[in-house]
Design a protein around this ligand. Sequence first.
Ligand SMILES: Cc1cc2nc3c(=O)[nH]c(=O)nc-3n(C[C@H](O)[C@H](O)[C@H](O)COP(=O)(O)OP(=O)(O)OC[C@H]3O[C@@H](n4cnc5c(N)ncnc54)[C@H](O)[C@@H]3O)c2cc1C
Length: 438
Amino acid sequence: MAQTKDGTLWVAIIGAGPAGYYTAEALTKGDQDVRVDIIDRLPTPFGLIRAGVAPDHQSIKNVSRRYEATNQRDDVRFVGNLSLGRDVTLKELQEMYDVVVLATGAAKDRPLGIDGENLPGVIGSGPFVGWYNSHPDYADLNPDLRIASVSVIGNGNVAVDVARILAKTANEMGQSDLAAHAADVIHVSSIKDIYILGRRGPLEAAFTPKELGELNKLENCVTLVDGNQLPDPSIDETLAGATKKNMIALRAMATNSPDDKPVRLHIKFYRRPMAIIGEDCVCGIRLEETVVEDGKCIGTGKSEVLPTGLVVPCIGYRTSPIPDIPYNERRGIYQNEDGLISDGLYCVGWCRRGPTGTIGTNKPDGKVIAERILNEVSPASKKGRHGLDAIVQERGLHIVTFQDWKKIEAAEIDAAEGDAPRAKFVDLDEMVSIAENK
Ligand SMILES: Cc1cc2nc3c(=O)[nH]c(=O)nc-3n(C[C@H](O)[C@H](O)[C@H](O)COP(=O)(O)OP(=O)(O)OC[C@H]3O[C@@H](n4cnc5c(N)ncnc54)[C@H](O)[C@@H]3O)c2cc1C
């Protein structure tokens, strides 16, 4: 338990995603006078809750209501449309705040490391998901979906999300907040075959049962699994938890027929991407067959070329480096010891531990970092938000407060059509102008 210290502790949290909000919540719930500014480069809060979580999974997005409650507090302020590195430097923030906490997530795709991965038509899940989820950075991505087949690489929930969003009909997406620019392309696409490709087998797959099960309930698309790739049924009674539930779902899919529906989603295990093939754009992907022995994935030397017009690798993420902040190249995170980077500088969430776990995993992470901060740092009469406000004014920056964000949100709800919960804006200037409209 941290001892209450005299004076105001000024904390700048960079990144308004789950990790940033859980840290702010934990920092402000004790007796210590702590004032937190949660700074985000976007004019909108909530990080991947808004721009990562699938548009047809609205109930998961509801967790943001909890962060709203944190924002109702006088001691917590959202400062949107302000980027560390572009608008303000780390040094400046450290001069103004007692503590800087990086909660910047992990927005860069981990590379596949194979030939052809830079061809047009290879689009990492970061940009691809951002595109269909209205992230302003990727609104103009405009992928060419006038193709027959798509290969989604990875055996986790992001791969399942991407495949499902491509497979669902306009009707199935009616209650979602799928970006209009993406709906216009996806719902007239000529895609007939979607492949989810995994290096390992069904027992190693990281899908969660609910997300996997959804693939067997699609209106226009049948999900197919080669029964020969599933383990002998005698193993089933030794399985437990998610693996057991996944096996039940996969066995059901193995009984489906390719003719059941117009579009087919193939889950193929034991396939390692070796090269992406094409001259000016993708036309295929070379896959090596693998076996899993003692948990290790081993190539058999046998390979095949799968014709495909788009490859979406969903194999994990890396944190974007920021000047002057030590970076662990191998792990793609900020170099840190249990969240501490250097005196007064901490990190939390995906940029601390890598892209693992669910939204809820960031809660204990935020609590631990908040406790560390309260134990380790004493207030030093810094200027805090008054210093930041002076910089904002001096530089003519257009920050977005939480009240401003609520105006943007209201306009998005107003603009929604049919059963959609909102029509998200993608243009930063438009959002700032709505925010500034008194
Ligand atoms: C495609 C996808 C789908 C997912 N779906 C689910 C799901 O259904 N359920 C679930 O439990 N989990 C899901 N997750 C995982 C969940 O989103 C993460 O656990 C969580 O968002 C990580 O939180 P974070 O705060 O570390 O990072 P983020 O949520 O990424 O937040 C980081 C924030 O930092 C900001 N930022 C970055 N750089 C700067 C800078 N220089 N200056 C200012 N601000 C900056 C970003 O704009 C962003 O708002 C999903 C993840 C992905 C990628």
